[in-house]
Design a protein around this ligand. Sequence first.
Ligand SMILES: [Zn+2]
Length: 66
Amino acid sequence: MKNKTENAILKFNGGNLALLCSDCSVIMKVGYEFNEEEKKFAKGEIDNLVPLFCQKCINKNKNKNK
Ligand SMILES: [Zn+2]
């Protein structure tokens, strides 16, 4: 079983599905921008989706590993 924090975060935003940054929860993508994998994840056809991180969190984590 994968840890929940290692999964992508899906949320309803004003009636539309949105994918959030798995770190700071900023909206990364909305429903019409989803790729096939993300659509499947939204429909519950797959359980795991690689988490998304915004540029800010990517930079933050880079600095942490320095
Ligand atoms: Zn972020």
